[in-house]
Design a protein around this ligand. Structure first.
Ligand SMILES: Nc1ncnc2c1ncn2[C@@H]1O[C@H](COP(=O)(O)OP(=O)(O)OP(=O)(O)O)[C@@H](O)[C@H]1O
Length: 286
């Protein structure tokens, strides 16, 4: 069964005011256990609005949001408990860190869930490991960490609640390429080991192409494209029409194809591109 299912969701900001703005139009989708979904779209296309529907931070004007098969907006549902199941990491989550030690900060969520201290301690330890930090960080002051470390502590705070789905809004914003890759690789490992579904909102086509399995493209609050990552990125022209860039690798391969070279343009990672180019060189040499 899907963990999250949206059925014909519509949402507008400022209903009945002169600033009324329809931000989501008839969105239907589902997120299954273990999924790795990327959400992309031009600025203002509705990405943040959409993910805020996943855990009940926003309520649709019409349509349904189901979590594990139940409509979260029926009177009997406790929205707070939904937020423990569907963890949302906001953009620049480190700005929400306010405890004196890393351990206290990560423990905040599990404590709010009413877990006993032994379980809280276990979860803090586990979450820290998932984000690639060891126990020597536990008593450190978060504000004396590097930007990348601080970001990982903030992500660990949500992981410690053991959500079924982990949603991250631009988790790599403002980090250098090495820091970006490190976080994305750790998230991928976390997904594989824990079975948690991950939803990643990103402006970086490189990050999406390299790491996620399925992509959903939003355009003015509507789903413009969705499918496997390679199927979506093979529609380069359409992506450009939607105001999106395409990965640099894809651009190079498409450029070669346009010049008449019979190259496979489906590569999404540097390794795949290298193999595609080697195959091309072999063919040309013969
Ligand atoms: N609180 C709000 N009140 C009114 N309109 C809003 C509000 N928040 C967002 N909007 C509008 O709703 C639309 C969708 O915004 P949203 O923030 O979901 O887009 P986004 O794809 O996340 O953008 P970005 O990539 O810039 O973060 C935009 O037109 C935006 O101006």
């Amino acid at each position: 069964m899907a963990i999250i299912e949206l059925k014909n969701v519509n949402f507008r900001y400022g209903s009945g005011t002169p600033f009324e703005k329809q931000a989501l139009h008839d969105i239907s989708l589902s997120i299954e256990p273990g999924d790795f979904l990327g959400i992309i779209g031009h600025t203002g296309s509705g990405k943040s609005t959409l993910i805020r529907h996943f855990n009940g931070l926003l309520r649709p004007d019409s349509g349904q949001v189901l979590v594990n098969g139940d409509d979260i907006w029926t009177a009997s549902k406790d929205i707070r408990s939904i937020r423990f199941q569907i963890g949302l990491v906001f953009q620049y989550p480190e700005t929400q860190i306010f405890e004196d030690t890393v351990a206290q900060d990560i423990a905040y969520g599990p404590r709010n869930m009413g877990l006993d201290e032994k379980e809280v301690e276990l979860r803090v330890h586990e979450a820290l490991q998932f984000v690639g930090l060891n126990d020597s960080y536990l008593e450190r002051n978060p504000f004396r960490l590097s930007g990348g470390e601080l970001r990982r502590v903030a992500i660990a705070g949500v992981i410690a609640m053991r959500p079924q789905v982990l949603i991250l809004d631009e988790p790599t914003a403002g980090l250098d390429p090495e820091g970006r890759n490190k976080i994305l690789n750790e998230l991928e490992q976390f997904r594989r080991e824990s079975g948690t579904a991950i939803v990643l909102v990103s402006h970086s086509m490189e990050d999406i192409a390299e790491h996620v399995r399925n992509v959903l493209v939003l355009d003015h609050g509507k789903i413009a494209l969705d499918g496997t990552t390679s199927a979506v990125f093979s529609q380069a022209e359409k992506l450009v029409q939607l105001g999106l860039d395409i990965p640099q690798i894809t651009k190079v391969l498409l450029g070669l194809k346009a010049k008449g070279y019979a190259v496979d343009t489906g590569a999404l990672t540097l390794d795949q591109a290298e193999r595609a180019l080697l195959r091309l060189f072999e063919k040309e040499r013969r």
